[in-house]
Write a protein that binds this ligand. Sequence first.
Ligand code: ADP
Ligand code: MG
Length: 253
Amino acid sequence: MAKTIISIKNLVKNYGNFEAVKGISFDVYEGEIFGLLGPNGAGKSTTLEIIETLRPKTSGEVNVDGYDLDKQPNEIKRIIGVQLQTSGYYPGLNLVELIELFAGLYNREVNPMGLLESVNLKEKAKAKFKEMSGGQKQRFSVATTLINQPRIIFLDEPTTGLDPQARRSLWELILKIREKGTTIIITTHYMDEAEYLCDRVAIIDSGKIAALNTPDKLIDNLVATGFERVKEMKKANLEDVFINLTGHSLREE
Ligand code: ADP
Ligand code: MG
C-alpha cells in the first residue's frame, strides 16, 4: 500500500462570510502526482496555500509527512518546495544569480548550472529573468522549487497560458521530477493535462470535492452509468495536428 504523505481532514476556509473551501478531506500518497482539478474560483489555490503554510485555515486538520500544520509549520516548510508567482522574481538578475539568492535564503548549497540543466535552461544561465519566454519562466520557477531538495512540491497552474510545445515540455519536466521520488501536487483546469500527468485527481468545485480517483477509474465509472459521447472522437485532435506540424521540440522563443 502507498504511504500517505499529506492528509487533509474537513478543511474549511472562509473569507469573511464567504465559504471558499467547505470541509474537504483527501490524502496524497508518497511519490504520486496528485491533481486538484477544477474551474476558476473552485478553491484550488486556497487549499494549496493552506497546506504550504502560507494562508491560515478556518478549521480542519492538515498533516504533512507526520507534521501537524498547527504545531509544526516550520518543519513542513523545510520539506516542501513552493512555486512563487513569477512576478516575485527580481527581473534584473540573471538565472544563476536568482538561484544563488534562493539558495542563500534556504541556507542550501546548490549547483546552479546543474539545476538549470535539469530544466533545460543551461544556455540561459546568464539571461535575465525578464528576458525569458513564458515557458522558460515556468520551467525556471519549477527549478526554484527544487533548491531545498524538498520531498513534496506544489505547482499551481504551472502551464496556464503556455503554448502547446511549452506545455508538453513542462509535462516532461514534471514527470522527470516525480521519477526521482518527489511527490507532486498540481492544480489545473486542463483535463488533458490531468489525464496525462496525474496518478489521482480530486475534482473540486465550489469548495467541495465532487470525486476523487485515478483518471482511468473516473472515466470508467462514468461509462458504467451508460454515458456515451454524442460524437465519436477522432483518433487525433487539432493540438496533435499542430504539434505534428511544428514539432515536439522546445522552442526557445
Ligand atoms: P482557484 O484557485 O480554484 O481558482 P481560489 O482558491 O483562488 O480558487 O479562490 C476560491 C474562492 O475564494 C474564489 O471565489 C475567490 O474569489 C475567493 N478568494 C480567494 N482569495 C480570497 C481573498 N483573499 N479574499 C476573499 N476571497 C478570496
Ligand atoms: Mg488558483
